[in-house]
Write a protein that binds this ligand. Sequence first.
Ligand code: ANZ
Ligand code: ZN
Length: 807
Amino acid sequence: MAVPYNHLEIESKWSRRWEEHPININDGKKPKYYCLDMFPYPSGAGLHVGHWRGYVISDVWARYKMMDGGHYVIHPMGWDAFGLPAENYAIKTGQHPSISTENNIRNIRRQIKQIGAVRDWDMELNTTDPKFYKWTQWIFVQMFRHGLAYEKKMPLNWCPHCKAVLANEEVVDGKCERCGSEVTKKNLRQWMLKITAYADRLLDGLETLDWPEKVKKMQTDWIGRSYGAEVDFPVDGSDEKITVYTTRPDTLWGATFMVLSPEHPLAKKLASPEQADAVEAYCQYASGRSNVERVQNKEKTGVFTGAYAVNPLNHRKVPIWLSDYVLADYGTGAIMCVPAHDDRDFEFAKKFGLPIIQVIAKDGKEIPDMQEAYTEASGTMINSGDWNGMESSVLKQEAPMIIEKMGIGRKTVNYKLRDWVFSRQRYWGEPIPIIHCPKCGAVPVPEDQLPVLLPDVESYQPTDTGESPLAAISRWVNTTCPCCGGPAKRETNTMPQWAGSSWYFLRYVDVHNDKELVSREKADKYLPVDMYIGGVEHAVLHLLYSRFYTKFLHDIGVIDFDEPFQRLFNQGMILGPKGIKMSKSLGNVVSPDDMVRDYGCDSLRIYELFIGPPDQDSAWDERGIDGVNRFLKKFWNLALDSIDADVKATPEMIRIRHKLVQDITMRLNQFALNTAISKFMEYNNQMAKIAQQTGGIDKETIAVYVTLLAPFAPHIAEEIWERLGHTDSVFHQPWPEADARLAADDEKEIPVQMNGRTRAVVRLAVDAAKDEALAAGRDALKDRLDGVQLVKEIYVPGRIINFVVRK
Ligand code: ANZ
Ligand code: ZN
């Protein structure tokens, strides 16, 4: 009997061995493969089994790539360490965020090391390290110089509880994403990044990426490019004009009124004396409502301004209303309303008794009393002057050009994407490297003075004026202008947590460089990322910001590529026992630590993969790990017994060997890692059965099995590999190749039929001769064929045997 499988001994032996003799060596000749995990936020709760799974998946892939193609694999780890939790902890305890952050990192680093992954720890980075954020600030300065960072006063989402401005994407259903409080509005000066300047490239670039279609669709919708027209409506009896944005200029004849957002610059100006008070009151009411409330499909509200505009096409007078279903920051903040063909306009017209004119008719027939809008862009134009009789879908395409020629408007492109609100009124973030001078305005901190260090403060509490706690440190705030030398003040806002994560992946490959963000030589050699692995919750924000930064850094010559992540894999979540998301507050967080101790790293790795398809959510069920552990023990015994027995390969063993290579490689390439594990188990059972007869499996087949298993369970694989007599690491083996001919089954199950009905099944050699096959078939149906008249015998090799009989 073999020595028993002792995971503690084996795993500590190999983690030591790999530390002394690293297996992932950059000899300068191997091709590189950059496999990156989305780096974690070092929270106080540590890693749970869900985080762990993501890192196992990426490590299986990294190790596979080391063997397949002999790559030098770049597989680093770092910490996305600025952010609110550390700051809130500081507010509660007075402990500096850098201290709690450092403690958390120490714990998570220990946990990550337990995964037994190939990692380049000398590339480790931390976004709160001044050596790192120097470059986060440097990028901001470059963006400022290129006109992509600007200041703007605007009504922003304000969380009264966090006392912070929130980006649109941090507001979920009108509530703060972090604390769940109702979000209100506050007018504040903000730093903005002009991501909209890259909208087209961010869209077009998606086509080149090997990403899940779902994520590409989410980014496409988020950017929201639509083609339409702007149309100018002169205000009746005034020199003013109102420009509307419409995607349906074909419906211009049906525009019976206009609606401006309450924030539109003309909103109050247009009000007639009789309507002035009502307009004022309505604007007041609307200012208290969030964008989310405004677009929700609740009952429409609004007010008539008392003014009229003129439809530039048919010169009819149309009343001008205000309503908050028109958003100030989309299009032009004003719309022409076509109630017959738009749901919201229809509802508004019904409520306020405004005229409805149908201009598109399905089958050319006008609807007598419309009960709902006809919103399809297909049908025949009616009530539309010269346009009558045209097909609306054709007109929709042509109308922008027609309008442009008539001089009443122009064709336009519009985006849902907004510029990025880039400042936070909080302490624990990168200071924005800007100095405000009364004479020179906003001046960037000279590059040789970066980083602008985050100073210590006495109180981390944000102020309810909307300023960051940094504003209270006058020593730090008061400085001199880099331009004129006069007295000036530092910007006290800090960057959002997204800042560091928008570019960190470029830094790993040159993490100690204090002259450049990344040397061009290293960037050319090791970047971009070939495979990026992380949760789908980052589909729009982080993944869009990173693409924006990468394109900008490409444009200023820092790097030579403009997409950061060639391939993306989104792992599913591990849910708590009842299918609920794991969270500290629910007390359903499962830590990997005990399981690593009791079953070993290899067992937990395999179990994390076995639990379900890696791209889907799976509920955690601890009981299954026993079975996985038994599987490894069984394989261990089989392998060691086989080494002792040293048997010759039978054709069956050779077939299993090649089939295994086919099955595992295919599943790896499809990321079907859970079914790869089932295959290992299945073949292990098959081999164990054969070994009962033969005393063992040939060493070559065991070696191939071990090589395939190595990315999944690296420690046990190395140990058996060594016991097979090898002195080099199994990870220096090329990935095994299958010979399809040898993998083909040489026996097959063939149905045996009588008059077309299957009555039995026989196992036959694939190339069995007709006589032999029919004899086997007759034998299988011996009882049934007794006493009947055999009319015909049919044999289709490899497929079927059929006896036609007469009773
Ligand atoms: C006339 C019209 C007729 C419209 C019709 C639609 C249907 P997307 O595709 O999302 O870009 N719109 C324009 N600006 C708006 C704003 N600031 N707030 C709310 N709605 C606004 O939608 C563009 C359409 O949304 C525009 O086309 C406009 O209504 C409305 F049968 O103009 B449409
Ligand atoms: Zn100055």
